[in-house]
Ligand binder design. Sequence first.
Ligand code: FES
Length: 235
Amino acid sequence: MSARTLTIDGELVSARAGESVLEAARDAGIRIPTLCHLDGLSEVGACRLCLVEIAGLSKLQPACLTAVAEGMEVRTSTERLRAHRRAIVELLFAERNHVCAVCVASGHCELQSLAAAVGMSHVRYDYLTPACAVDISHPRFGIDHNRCVLCTRCVRACDEVEGVHTWDIAGRGTTARLITDLHVPWGEADSCTACGKCLLACPTGAIFSRGSTVAELERDPTRIAAIVAARNERW
Ligand code: FES
């Protein structure tokens, strides 16, 4: 397999052709923040937290969707990028009702960890405080739309790993919502196998096990990649 040599934050890095900048950076021990990326799932470039600067390009590029190229010069942590990332995280908090103090995932939430990592001490935007539903019609799980960031990790885990595509997104912009089947309550979604992969993939407290209380929800999203790897080995 051919290799590409590039620099990331001034460090000379070798990567496989076709690898993403995100993968190359991680292999080199350089951490780029992500939210919609999850190992084992396809990339959609939805969250834009992994934006990086590439010499010669005026627009910021998502590291998860940008393939490495010979001689590429990448910067992952400039003042401009830090400002963008903080603004993105603040906007995510402003768009729904992320009240960490009463969330099942508090302490185990990727959005909460990102807020700390980008130094978010407060939100500079007006909160939209939308009226979002909580669906506990499923016998084992629930979805709290207040906590959803529309990363689509659950949609992709359900479609690409479980192969049933119970989840999808309906609507646009601030009215976009996760739906099950043709917008029926989750408990009435015939396609759902109750496998729990959506719960594993969710980065926040949006999808939870029924009966979990504040800060109780711990999941291991790396199990999604492990399932995919095990399946690929068998095939
Ligand atoms: S991780 Fe790249 S856009 Fe979300």
